[in-house]
Design a protein around this ligand. Structure first.
Ligand SMILES: [Zn+2]
Length: 268
């Protein structure tokens, strides 16, 4: 029995972009053109202001701009989490989540650590305010599903010289490899500053339209993996109960098995 992504898809690709500068508009346009899904980690206290890397997106445009993608937290003021007291950090995350939820009208449940800085305290505080995952800045140059979603290491930054090779490696993943996940992160202002819009355009072109790839936001992947991890098996392993609210999929050889939410599925 091998777990798969939704509808039996073998691989997944996700993106994560920090800070919410106005260059997100162009990046979202590229993602939309190629059918990519991304997560945008915003600092609610900076929205609409001028920044030294370029102006930040406006509060009023969040819903429309990021429609079909995920809006997530990055701290109200982009404070270094390790230089705050636990109480200050709690406000930095909690107030960020509240404001972003007001502005998007949805639930905001994701985080990336400002400056990639974290420790056990930041993980605990993030969980306390209802955040379900948080991204670091440590590249794995590999495709693991994270063991701990509060320490979600990306595959690589978009400026990594190995980006295109890693993309090709994902597409060539052997069938026995379970649920390979490529996770690319960066800041949209870097494309403008470095003149590298062509890099993300080429990468999206390479990865687009593959039947076997699940293009998903960070939260969609987190929720799906958590649903898989919540499965309960009978003692003989022939039945599985899916207590989550999501349908999950697995393969027995070539046979695709769908485990519906709230139901017991016969496996063998
Ligand atoms: Zn940042």
């Amino acid at each position: 029995m091998q777990y798969t992504y939704p509808q039996g898809k073998h691989m997944a690709l996700t993106f994560s972009y920090d800070d919410g500068q106005c260059f997100d508009r162009q990046l979202v346009e590229i993602f939309n053109r190629y059918g990519m899904k991304g997560t945008f980690h915003l600092n609610s206290g900076r929205l609409g202001s001028a920044g030294h890397h370029g102006a930040f997106v406006n509060r009023e445009e969040l819903r429309e701009l990021y429609a079909g993608h995920e809006v997530a937290c990055h701290g109200v003021e982009h404070e270094d989490p390790l230089l705050l007291t636990e109480q200050e950090l709690l406000a930095e995350y909690y107030e960020d989540r509240k404001t972003l939820e007001e502005l998007t009208g949805g639930l905001v449940q994701g985080l990336s650590y400002a400056y990639g800085r974290y420790n056990e305290m930041t993980k605990r505080v993030a969980r306390t305010v209802g955040l379900k995952y948080s991204r670091t800045v440590s590249s794995t140059h590999n495709f693991p599903v994270p063991g701990d979603f509060m320490e979600w290491h990306p595959t690589c930054h978009h400026g990594d010289p190995r980006l295109m090779q890693l993309g090709q490696d994902l597409l060539n993943s052997p069938p026995h490899r379970t649920m390979p996940l490529m996770y690319v992160w960066g800041h949209s202002y870097e494309f403008d500053r470095d003149g590298t819009w062509g890099v993300i355009e080429e990468f999206c072109k390479l990865m687009a339209g593959c039947e076997d790839v699940w293009y998903a936001t960070n939260l969609e992947i987190c929720n799906y993996v958590n649903a898989l991890r919540s499965l309960e098996y009978s003692a003989d392993g022939k039945k599985v109960y899916n207590p989550s609210a999501l349908t999950v999929w697995m393969k027995d050889g070539e046979r695709l098995i769908e485990a519906a939410p709230g139901e017991i599925t016969i496996l063998k």
